[in-house]
Design a protein around this ligand. Structure first.
Ligand SMILES: Cc1ncc(COP(=O)(O)O)c(C=O)c1O
Length: 380
C-alpha cells in the first residue's frame, strides 16, 4: 500500500526536516557565511557562501514550497524585497496590471522606483473579470493582485483571472500575505507566482521581517533565484530558523484566526455606529460566493467603517482609542489583535475611507475581543 499524501498540518511540521550528524530533532542555526572547499577545490555539499545558500534558508524554502504546492521558493529579507524581486523579472516597456485596492507599499514601489526604470502600470477593479479583459494590453506581462484586498477585502476570482491573463500572454502574481496556504492556494487555482510578506501570518508573532516568492515553473524560479542572489536581499539564518519554526504551527494558528474573525465580524455587523463590516465570510459580502469557492476559510483580517461620514476619521479614531485589549498598531497576522486607522498610514493620495479601521484578529478568546469592541462602541 502506498502512503497517503501528507496533509497540510503534517507538511507544516515535517516538510523541512533535515538531520545533522548529531541527529538533532530541532535543526541547528548555521550562522556561517562561508563553507570550506575540499582539497581539490570542490564543494561536494553544495554550500559555497550564505548569500547563495544556507541550510536554514534551504529548509525554510523547502517548507514553503511544499505548503504552497509549488516547485521552488526564494526567501527574502522582507515582503517588499520579495515584491521588488517579482517586478524585476519584467523589463523596461512592459506593463503590469494591478488590482486597485492593495497594500500601499506595492503601489509606491511601482509608481516610484519601477516607473523610473520604465515599467508601465495601471490599476483596475478586478472583482469584475470581464472589465479586466478590456484592460489587458499587448505589453501586459504581469497581472498583480491581492484577494482579499487591503484594506477593503474585495475578492477576486483567481481561477477566472488566471485563465483570462494566460490567454492574453500574461503571468499572474498573487500577494498571498493575508491568506497563507491554509486559507487559499493560488498556484492550485492557476496563478504563476505567489508572494508573501512572511512578517505577517507565516511568522505569526510580530517578531520576524521577511518575504518569499513561490513558483511552479523552472524558468521563473531561475529568474527569481538570480535576483535573490545578485540583489542580495536574503534573510539571516536566524530569521530563517525562526520562521520555519513558526510555519510548523501555521495551520492551527490560522484556524484560530479565522474562527475568531468570523465570530467578531458577525457580532460587529449588528452594532450601532458600524456602518460596514468588510469580511468575506459574511453572507452580506458582495463576493461571498467567490470567496466560498476559492478559500478554505475566510482569514483573520477585516475592516470596519464607523459612522456614515467617509470623510471624517473622528468616530473611527475614538473607537480605536476606546479599545483596551486590542492594540493600536500597524501590521497584521500576529497572535495579538491589532487595529489601525488605515488612511493615516497610507498618507497623501490615499483613497481609503477616513472612517475605516482595519483589524487583524489575533488568537485571544473571541469572547474577550467581542467584549472589548462592545465596551468601546458603548463609550462612543
Ligand atoms: C499585503 C502585504 N504585502 C506586502 C507587505 C510588505 O511586507 P514587509 O513589511 O514584510 O516588507 C505588507 C506589509 O504590511 C503587506 O501587508
Amino acid at each position: 500500500m502506498t502512503s497517503p499524501k501528507p496533509k497540510l498540518e503534517t507538511l507544516a511540521v515535517h516538510a523541512a526536516d533535515f538531520k545533522e550528524l548529531s541527529k538533532d530533532v530541532v535543526p541547528a542555526i548555521h550562522l556561517t557565511t562561508t563553507y570550506e572547499r575540499e582539497e581539490d577545490g570542490s564543494y561536494p555539499q553544495g554550500f559555497v557562501y550564505t548569500r547563495s545558500e544556507n541550510p536554514n534558508r534551504n529548509a525554510l524554502e523547502t517548507a514553503l514550497t511544499a505548503l504552497e504546492g509549488g516547485d521552488g521558493c526564494a526567501a527574502f529579507s522582507s515582503g517588499m524585497a520579495a515584491i521588488s524581486a517579482v517586478l524585476q523579472l519584467l523589463k523596461s516597456g512592459d506593463h503590469v496590471l494591478i488590482s486597485d485596492d492593495l497594500y500601499h507599499g506595492t503601489r509606491h514601489i511601482v509608481n516610484g522606483i519601477m516607473a523610473r526604470w520604465g515599467l508601465e502600470a495601471s490599476y483596475t477593479d478586478m472583482t469584475d473579470v470581464k472589465e479586466v479583459a478590456t484592460q489587458l494590453q499587448d505589453n501586459t506581462k504581469l497581472v498583480w493582485l491581492e484577494t482579499p484586498s487591503n484594506p477593503l477585502l474585495k475578492i477576486i476570482d483567481i481561477e477566472a483571472l488566471s485563465k483570462l491573463s494566460h490567454d492574453k500572454g500574461s503571468l499572474v502574481a498573487v500577494d498571498a500575505t493575508w491568506t497563507t496556504p491554509v486559507v487559499q492556494r493560488p498556484l492550485d487555482l492557476g496563478a504563476d507566482i505567489v508572494m508573501h510578506s512572511t512578517t505577517k501570518y507565516l511568522g505569526g508573532h510580530s517578531d520576524i521581517l521577511g518575504g518569499a516568492v513561490i513558483v511552479n515553473d523552472d524558468a521563473l524560479m531561475e529568474g527569481i533565484r538570480e535576483i535573490q542572489l545578485l540583489g542580495g536581499a536574503v534573510p539571516s539564518p536566524f530569521d530563517c530558523w525562526l520562521l520555519r519554526r513558526s510555519l510548523q504551527s501555521l495551520p492551527y494558528r490560522m484556524r484560530g484566526h479565522c474562527e475568531n474573525a468570523m465570530a467578531v465580524a458577525s457580532f460587529l455587523e449588528k452594532q450601532n455606529f458600524v456602518q460596514a463590516v468588510h469580511y468575506p465570510g459574511l453572507e452580506s459580502h458582495p463576493q461571498h460566493a467567490v470567496a466560498s469557492k476559492q478559500m478554505a476559510s475566510f482569514g483573520g483580517m477585516m475592516s470596519l467603517q464607523i459612522g456614515d461620514d467617509e470623510t471624517s476619521p473622528d468616530l473611527a479614531m475614538k473607537l480605536a482609542a476606546n479599545l483596551k485589549l486590542i492594540v493600536r498598531a500597524t501590521s497584521l497576522g500576529g497572535v495579538e489583535s491589532l487595529i489601525e486607522h488605515r488612511a493615516s498610514i497610507e498618507g497623501e493620495g490615499t483613497t481609503t475611507p477616513q472612517n475605516l479601521l482595519r483589524v487583524s484578529i489575533g488568537l485571544e478568546h473571541p469572547d474577550d475581543l467581542i467584549a472589548d469592541f462592545a465596551q468601546a462602541l458603548e463609550s462612543l
